[in-house]
Design a protein around this ligand. Structure first.
Ligand code: URA
Length: 226
């Protein structure tokens, strides 16, 4: 990591804008190698800076959250945004934290958020082949042919040009299943069950890749890159 101006760190990490840095440094005890500094133009390493005796937030953040129902994976929706569950300072970071893909408002479970654009792109690319496991509660009992159809790699959803890649269905009981998919098409799980004349009444993403939220309460998150 390289040296940067203190005001660049403060604005990038969401503490204040560059223009507010001087005032911020009067109010808060900003130190470089434990020596108080007041000039926003001073250059320092991220690891050398403390604010009110606390180390700086990480330069990039990737988190795993247990998304609760009722929050939206968007930066500009009129509803309650997933970002409102994070420390307010993080909402002013530049680049912004963004969800890796999206879960519907009523879907709960594992979602990653990152401000690393390259990582986000890599994880959401159609070629990423990342496993996502959903626990699905259905309105009607299974008919019996769903597992074979989903595994076949021939299911063509309305509006799609190519059939879905093979997906794995594990039956828990007649209206509860686990579904493992490697794609992330719009409303994919709900549309898959719509295609077999069923309806999803509750959807929970158990895991995304190797990350599972079984140890997190709804709304809780952990930082992965520390
Ligand atoms: N598939 C859906 O239909 N909804 C989600 O939120 C995720 C996958």
């Amino acid at each position: 990591m390289s040296s940067k101006r203190i005001d660049a760190f403060l604005s990038k990490l969401g503490y204040c804008t560059r223009g507010e840095a001087k005032k911020f440094m009067k109010i808060h005890e900003v130190c470089v190698d434990e020596k108080r500094v007041y000039q926003p133009s001073i250059k320092a390493l991220h690891s050398a800076i403390t604010i009110d005796k606390e180390v700086l937030d990480p330069e990039t953040i990737t988190i795993l959250m247990h998304k609760p129902s009722g929050v939206v994976c968007s930066h500009d929706d009129s509803g309650k945004l997933i970002y409102s569950l994070l420390p307010s300072q993080w909402q002013y970071r530049n680049p912004k934290l963004s969800t890796v893909g999206r879960l519907d408002r009523d879907t709960t479970g594992a979602i990653l958020l990152t401000d690393d654009g390259e990582l986000n792109h890599k994880l959401t690319s159609p070629r990423s082949n990342i496993s996502k496991v959903y626990k699905v509660t259905l309105a009607h009992p299974l008919k019996g042919n769903e597992g074979d159809l989903f595994a076949s790699g021939t299911l063509l959803l309305n509006g799609e040009e190519k059939p879905l890649l093979s997906a794995k269905l594990t039956i828990i009981d007649s209206t509860t299943v686990l579904l493992e998919i490697v794609e992330g098409k719009y409303h994919q799980v709900k549309r898959m069950f719509g295609a077999v004349e069923n309806r999803v009444v509750a959807l929970h993403r158990v895991s995304f890749d190797k990350y599972s939220v079984e140890d997190l309460d709804e709304g809780q998150y952990i930082i992965l890159n520390q």
